[in-house]
Write a protein that binds this ligand. Structure first.
Ligand code: PMV
Length: 356
C-alpha cells in the first residue's frame, strides 16, 4: 500500500475534450468478455452530435476516488453520474492514480433533449480521452499521437463497445479481420485514406427521430441475447461478407454497392432482434414508413440515399454531399411528417474528437 502511494503525485488540474457520436455501416452486435466484439464493425463519426466533458481533478495519495459533482447540460444527473462512476472505477485497474482522485465533471451534449439517440459512444470516448490526458500529464507521456489515441480507444471500449470508434475521423474499423492489417478487437483503427475513394469521404447523415422514448430493450441486453442466438454463427459469416463488400465499395467509390450493404446491415440487425429468444421489435410504424419512402425515392429519382438504424427506431439517412440539394426537400416534405414533432438532425461526417 505504501509503495503504491509513493508513486501517486499530489497534483490538480483541469482537462476538457469534445468527442462525437458515430454511426455504424457494418454493425457490431454480440460480444465476448471483456467487450470484445463478436464481429468486426465499420463506422464514421458525426460532426454535430457531440458530447463535451470538462473535468477538474485533484490527485492526493490521501484521497479516495470520488466524483464530487456531475452535471449534464448544467443539471445534476443521478443516472449518468452513477454510470460514469462505475466506468471510472473499472478504469482504476489501468490508472492507479484514479483510486486517489476526486473529480468534478461537467458535461454538455448537443443531442436534442430526449432525442432517443445513444450519446454513450460520444460520452465514453470523451471521458476516456480526459483520463488518458491526465495520465499522460502526470507520467510525462505524449498526450497525442498514435499510441495515445490507441490507448484512449481501448479505454473508451470498456465503457461502451462502439465508443472505441469515436476517436478517429474518416472510416473507422473495430474488430479483428484478415481483410485489414492492424485490425484489433482491443481498439479501433482509422482506415487509411488510400483504401477509400474520395467520393465516399463527404457523407451526410440525416437523423430522423421517429420515437424519442427510452428503448424497451437496451443494447447491453441485445448483445447478451446474441450469446445463444440461433443465427450467431451465421451472423459472424454474414458480417464478414458484408465487410468485404463494404471495403470494395469504399475503394471503388461505388455508392450503390455501399448503400446496399448499409441497408442490409440495418435490416439484418433488426432481424436478429426479431429472432432472439425472447424476440423483440424496436422499429416504430413510422420507421417502416420512412424505409419505404426512401426506397421509393431512390427508385423514382435514382438519387443515392440509403437508410440505417442502430438498436432503436430512429433512422439515419446516409447520402453523398453532391446530392444534398435534392435530398433536403425530400426530407422536409416527405419524411418529417413521420418524425416525432418533425424532429431531425442535419448531421454529416465529422473530424473526430477535439481537445478543448
Ligand atoms: O456500443 P453499444 O454497446 O451501445 O452497442 C452498439 C450497437 C449498435 O449501435 C447497434 C451497432 C454499432 O456498431 O454501433
Amino acid at each position: 500500500m505504501r509503495k503504491v502511494q509513493a508513486m501517486i503525485p499530489k497534483t490538480k488540474g483541469r482537462v476538457a475534450w469534445e468527442s462525437p457520436a458515430n454511426i455504424a455501416l457494418v454493425k457490431y452486435w454480440g460480444k465476448q468478455p471483456v467487450q470484445i466484439p463478436m464481429n468486426p464493425s465499420l463506422s464514421f463519426v458525426l460532426k454535430k452530435s457531440v458530447v463535451e466533458i470538462n473535468m477538474d481533478y485533484v490527485i492526493d495519495p490521501d484521497n479516495d476516488f470520488k466524483i464530487n459533482r456531475f452535471t449534464l447540460n448544467g443539471k445534476s444527473s443521478e443516472p449518468f453520474s452513477e454510470k460514469t462512476e462505475q466506468y471510472l472505477v473499472r478504469l482504476n485497474n489501468f490508472f492507479p492514480f484514479l483510486k486517489h482522485t476526486q473529480l468534478v465533471i461537467d458535461s454538455r451534449s448537443t443531442f436534442p433533449h430526449s432525442a432517443g439517440i445513444a450519446s454513450s459512444a460520444a460520452a465514453f470516448s470523451a471521458l476516456a480521452l480526459c483520463i488518458c490526458t491526465i495520465d499522460a500529464r502526470i507520467n510525462e507521456k505524449k498526450g497525442d499521437g498514435d499510441e495515445f489515441m490507441k490507448k484512449a480507444s481501448h479505454m473508451a471500449r470498456l465503457g461502451s463497445g462502439s465508443a472505441c470508434r469515436s476517436l478517429y475521423d474518416g472510416m473507422v474499423l473495430w474488430g479483428e479481420t484478415p481483410l485489414v492489417s492492424r485490425s484489433s478487437g482491443d481498439h479501433a483503427i482509422r482506415l487509411s485514406d488510400d483504401l477509400i475513394n474520395n467520393a465516399l469521404m463527404r457523407l451526410n447523415d440525416a437523423i430522423l427521430i421517429t420515437d424519442s422514448s427510452t428503448k424497451r430493450v437496451s443494447s447491453t441486453h441485445g448483445h447478451a441475447l446474441m450469446d445463444h442466438h440461433p443465427y450467431r454463427e451465421q451472423r459472424k459469416i454474414q458480417s464478414g461478407i458484408n465487410l468485404e463488400k463494404m471495403l470494395a465499395a469504399l475503394a471503388e467509390g461505388d455508392f450503390t454497392a455501399f448503400g446496399e450493404v448499409v441497408e442490409s446491415e440495418a435490416l439484418g440487425l433488426h432481424g436478429l432482434m426479431m429472432l432472439s429468444t425472447p424476440p423483440y421489435l424496436l422499429m416504430h410504424p413510422n420507421t417502416i414508413r420512412i424505409l419505404e419512402k426512401v426506397r421509393m425515392f431512390r427508385e423514382e429519382t435514382a438519387i443515392p440515399a440509403y437508410a440505417t438504424l442502430d438498436a432503436g427506431p430512429n433512422i439515419h439517412l446516409i447520402y453523398p454531399e453532391t446530392v444534398k440539394s435534392n435530398v433536403l426537400p425530400f426530407i422536409e416534405q416527405e419524411l418529417t411528417p413521420y418524425c416525432e414533432g418533425k424532429q431531425w438532425i442535419d448531421d454529416r461526417m465529422g473530424d473526430g474528437p477535439n481537445r478543448l
